[in-house]
Ligand binder design. Structure first.
Ligand code: BTN
Length: 244
């Protein structure tokens, strides 16, 4: 049975769950949701905005058994695939995964993922998996690329039902990590990548813009981009910006 902690308001469900884990032995798969998230955290120190009763913000605690740090990207793969399948089930059109783990409908961001890992002696002991999904928002201030399930489908959703579908779907994919299905997870993730194999504009860390095609991801989870000279390079999150 999954344990759910429901909060009215909190700074960040990820921070809350990480701190709770320092004080008590958390049950595997514990979920924390909050009606209001006051200081939602995004990737690379960004802020994650949510709207009361319209956005879903939750974090899940997942323990791993003897999982090497080399498999860190597989957690991203499994969680992204899980959110992807859940949104497909809710009939969101044209869903894809924008590397590393933004979930898109067409060219708009619908959900974000922030995974924070607890590592000991080169083993991943546990992860706190934070998910933010735009559900019933009708508009966004200063976020031209954002969309919601309502905007993408024309239908409002019950937040608890979406939580159920998404968390079960993530847990199903995480189970593949226990079964060491690493290669297939990576293959499926690459299949679902936003703008894979089509020409896009990128900017590297030095501000140099170039046309390239996403070819996949490396074992370390870096983005593999082929430039116009057909040379493929690997980039980590800080080394490349996706422009359009
Ligand atoms: C991103 O796309 O930058 C990642 C956004 C992750 C947001 C979620 S909302 C629930 C959890 N708590 C947080 O503070 N962040 C994550």
């Amino acid at each position: 049975m999954v344990k759910i902690i429901k909060l009215n308001a909190i700074d960040s469900t990820n921070t809350y769950l990480i701190n709770l884990g320092k004080n008590v032995k958390l049950l595997d798969e514990t979920i924390v949701t909050s009606e209001r998230q006051l200081k939602g955290r995004g990737q690379l120190g960004a802020v994650w905005q949510s709207q009361h009763q319209k956005s879903l913000t939750f974090s899940m605690f997942k323990r791993f058994n003897n999982l090497s740090v080399a498999q860190l990207p597989c957690i991203t793969f499994a969680v992204s695939i899980g959110v992807y399948h859940a949104l497909k089930k809710i009939m969101v059109p044209n869903v894809s995964i924008k590397w590393p783990n933004d979930i898109m409908s067409y060219s708009n961001k619908l959900a974000g993922i922030l995974i924070e890992n607890q590592i000991k002696q080169r083993k991943i002991v546990s992860s706190v998996i934070g998910i933010g999904i735009n559900i019933n928002e009708e508009k966004f201030e200063n976020l031209p690329q954002a969309t919601s399930i309502l905007l993408a489908t024309g239908r409002t959703q019950n937040l608890e039902e979406v939580l159920n579908v998404v968390s079960n779907s993530i847990l199903k994919e995480l189970d593949r990590i226990e079964k060491k299905d690493f290669q297939k997870l990576k293959l499926e993730y690459v299949e679902l990548l936003f703008r894979r194999d089509v020409v896009s504009v990128f900017e590297d860390a030095k501000g140099y813009r170039f046309n390239g095609k996403i070819k996949g991801v490396s074992e370390a989870g870096e983005l593999r981009v082929e430039n116009e000279n057909e040379i493929i390079k690997n980039y980590n999150l800080k080394e490349i910006k996706y422009l359009f």
